[in-house]
Ligand binder design. Structure first.
Ligand code: TYM
Length: 334
């Protein structure tokens, strides 16, 4: 069976963006049963920027709990944390020698994060896409469900695979496709509809955390920035209204509808009607998940056991692929 792979960094709490753009769709892939699904808590990626060790430890378990509470089933999917599978690091070194500096330099996320201060960033942050390519190709995964912001990195994965195959005259690593479909693949900041909702934004009011309680969720949507106009009658009417578009998109993602269907239902509605409906929907969808996350996080030993078991399964898939890669490269192995 073909494989799908994806990962989430434990660099803070999970947001509604991670849920709608990633986790919710990972569950769909798992349930579709067309692919073997492999999901990772990418702790090696998290340390590309400084992480307090205790926070990293807690965030790793929180992301694992988020996956599990949302419906990732460790019997149906492989669920593990990256640092327990050393093959990721080994393959990433080989890919660091295949990828070109210029490719990394062109990554928009690097350009945005590093800005004018690239000298002060870690070498790991620059090389990060080579590790991401290793994550995916170590399992010969062909499908990578991600949010819009990861598209370029998955495309780079394809370039690395191609150059490896070309340089070593093999047909070993498969072509990988980013899968970015449905609504809410780019959830925006609630205070500024031109910025992405992220784990690390300064103000907590700009994001919904998967662990927020009902009152907090309601308050954040109530205070979310909007323009004064009511919801339009057609999708066209959302053009140049980033905040309005975002709230419609979030509603669609949570409800399992298209943006068009949401517009059809709420054509002409004012925010006084739409925002409470959105808050109710979010509470209905996220409430049970955050309750389950809290239950799981109260028993960290159980989470650790699931991750350890997942890591064992991951190693069983990854190790032969790494061994073959080393053979291709010409390393002596005994
Ligand atoms: P990360 O941890 O930043 O985000 C995890 C996933 O959540 C998606 N996402 C969003 N989707 C919609 N709207 C948002 N506001 C939003 N914020 C985050 C991301 O697109 C991603 O799918 N480099 C990756 C992690 C990674 C990975 C991989 C992914 C490492 N190796 C291999 C796929 C395959 C990252 O930093 O994601």
């Amino acid at each position: 069976t073909p494989r799908a792979f994806s990962g989430i960094k434990p660099s803070g709490g999970l947001t509604l963006g991670n849920y709608l753009g990633a986790i919710k769709r990972f569950v769909d892939w798992q349930e579709a049963g067309t692919h073997e699904t492999i999901y990772c808590v990418v702790d090696l990626h998290a340390i590309t920027v400084w992480q307090d060790p205790d926070m990293l430890h807690a965030a790793t378990r929180e992301v694992a709990a988020g996956y599990l509470a949302s419906g990732i089933d460790p019997v149906k999917s492989i669920l593990f944390n990256q640092s327990q599978v050393p093959a990721h690091v080994e393959l990433s070194w080989i890919f660091s020698c295949v990828a070109r500096m210029g490719w990394m330099n062109r990554m928009t996320q690097w350009k945005e994060k590093a800005g004018k201060n690239a000298e002060k960033e870690s070498l790991g942050l620059f090389a990060y896409p080579a590790l991401m390519a290793a994550d995916i190709l170590l399992y010969h995964a062909t499908h990578v469900p991600v949010g819009e912001d990861q598209k370029q990195h998955v495309e780079l994965t394809r370039d690395i695979a191609q150059k490896f195959n070309h340089d070593y005259k093999v047909d070993f690593f498969p072509e990988t496709l980013p899968v970015i479909e449905g609504p809410a693949t780019r959830v925006m900041n609630l205070r500024d509809g031109t910025k992405k909702m992220s784990k690390s934004g300064e103000s907590d009011m700009e994001r919904i955390n998967m662990t927020d309680d009902a009152d907090t969720i309601a308050k954040k949507f109530k205070k979310a920035k909007t323009d004064p106009a009511p919801l339009p009658e057609t999708m066209e009417g959302l053009k140049d209204r980033p905040e309005a578009r975002n709230l419609v998109d979030i509603y669609a993602g949570l409800a399992g509808l298209s943006d068009e269907q949401v517009i059809a239902e709420y054509a002409g509605a004012g925010w006084g009607r739409f925002k409470p409906a959105l808050a109710d929907l979010a509470v209905a969808k996220l409430g049970p998940i955050s309750a389950e996350m809290a239950r799981l996080m109260a028993d960290p030993a159980e989470i650790d056991r699931i991750l350890a078991h997942g890591a064992e399964q991951a190693r069983a898939v990854a190790d032969p692929i790494l061994t073959r890669t080393k053979e291709i490269v010409g390393f002596v192995q005994s």
